[in-house]
Design a binder for this molecule. Structure first.
Ligand SMILES: Cc1cc2nc3c(=O)[nH]c(=O)nc-3n(C[C@H](O)[C@H](O)[C@H](O)COP(=O)(O)OP(=O)(O)OC[C@H]3O[C@@H](n4cnc5c(N)ncnc54)[C@H](O)[C@@H]3O)c2cc1C
Ligand code: SF4
Length: 346
């Protein structure tokens, strides 16, 4: 049985105390939310904090509610809390579909929104136990010198595998980060960084406290499509979050497309600009999907073959856009049918 190494455990009750403990711990400290990513990583010695600061009892971090033209979602809301909210399901469909497809019901009951946004990047050479990694002399993400995926590379190419980040970027969300000295907000797109090791722009002493989500204006709609090996539960191998603003029977006024699990951060597809001013005809959708799918340049460090994953990107983007056009999910293939059947599980 794998066990965590020894560590000091703190369970602060206030945000102020949590911030102070995190700052005092310096590079030895890590935050614990639901623990569904961190604890297995600690058992495999991928992450080895000497001080673990739990956010579970910190007051206010599970609050949610309207704030002007935005909704505030506490970082410690579990993914089940989130998907049980009718307004998330009805108005922020991309977020609902992303959260509802994370892992399994048990893991969604533990796993939090904040933990999902801060999820460690993944790679076949890293998501292994200590002995396996030791046998290949580790890699530069933890304890080694070389990248086994691209041996001449100076950077790590581990992949962002969070489901909610692409959805939140497509929805134009921001995060609030707190320290002992105050709070700052920044877009989720700017919170993510294209580096498999330093995959967030979060400073080590910052705690993600809230997600700030714009309340959709009339005509706005969104969706999230996810490719994974097992439909019942699995990390994304590829995902697409799409958002448009289009008055009924009118032309698209604004659009965003974000690809997940294709790089160390979610990737924004500029090709979405090609949707603006159109009625989402089949020709337009196919042209945009073709261009956006070029961003999927998989390396050989995750599931499925490289070439097939690249081809699948076009299929996913096309499907997501057809759904936003209003096509019946039953006509859009198994991924859409499965997503359409998602129900909140508490
Ligand atoms: C079998 C299995 C399947 C999974 N499938 C998926 C999947 O399909 N999609 C997916 O996205 N994830 C998946 N996960 C990963 C994980 O369960 C989820 O991402 C979950 O939402 C993580 O949240 P958590 O609260 O458990 O995070 P934790 O494990 O507690 O923390 C994760 C990381 O975030 C940091 N952190 C947590 N909260 C904060 C905060 N408020 N501020 C700053 N840093 C913070 C922690 O220090 C840690 O580095 C899977 C995990 C398992 C074990
Ligand atoms: S991409 Fe390279 S450095 Fe990063 S985890 Fe994989 S093998 Fe290690």
């Amino acid at each position: 049985m794998m066990r965590c190494g020894r560590f000091h455990y703190h369970a602060p009750r206030t945000l102020r105390d949590a911030c102070a403990m995190l700052q005092d711990a310096g590079s030895d400290g890590m935050l614990l939310a639901g623990g569904t990513d961190l604890v297995p990583n600690m058992k495999r010695r991928q992450q080895t904090p000497k001080v673990v600061i739990s956010l579970r009892h910190v007051a206010g971090l599970r609050d949610a509610g309207p704030d002007g033209n935005r909704v505030r979602l506490g970082a410690m809301l579990t993914l089940s809390d989130l998907t049980a909210k009718e307004e998330v399901r009805a108005r922020h469909t991309a977020l609902f579909k992303a959260a509802a497809q994370v892992a399994t019901p048990h893991l969604r009951n533990m796993g939090t929104l904040g933990g999902n946004l801060c999820l460690d990047t993944r790679c076949n050479y890293y998501d292994q136990n200590y002995e396996w990694r030791k046998a290949i002399n580790f890699c530069m993400k933890k304890a080694g010198e070389i990248c086994w995926v691209a041996p001449s590379s100076r950077r790590c190419w581990a992949i962002s595998s969070t489901d909610t980040a692409p959805a939140l970027i497509a929805l134009g969300a921001e995060v609030a980060l707190a320290t002992r000295d105050g709070e700052r907000t920044l877009g989720v797109a700017d919170f993510c960084r294209d580096d498999g090791i330093q995959y967030l722009t979060r400073n080590p002493d910052e705690i993600l406290t809230q997600v700030l989500l714009p309340i959709p204006a009339p005509g706005e709609s969104s969706t999230y499509w996810k490719l994974r090996r097992r439909g019942s539960f699995d990390f994304p191998v590829l995902s697409v979050a799409a958002w448009i603003r289009r008055p009924p029977e009118g032309r698209v006024e604004a659009a965003r497309l974000v690809l997940g699990s294709v790089a160390s951060r979610p990737v924004i597809a500029e090709a979405a600009a090609g949707l603006v001013g159109t009625t989402l005809s089949e020709d337009v959708i196919e042209a945009v999907a073709e261009e956006a799918s070029r961003l999927a340049k998989p390396l050989d460090n995750t599931d499925f073959s490289l070439g097939w994953r690249k081809k699948a990107a076009r299929y996913l983007i096309t499907g997501a856009l057809r759904e936003l056009r209003g096509d019946d999910p039953q006509t859009l293939g198994p991924l859409a049918r499965r997503a359409a059947e998602l129900a909140p599980v508490g």
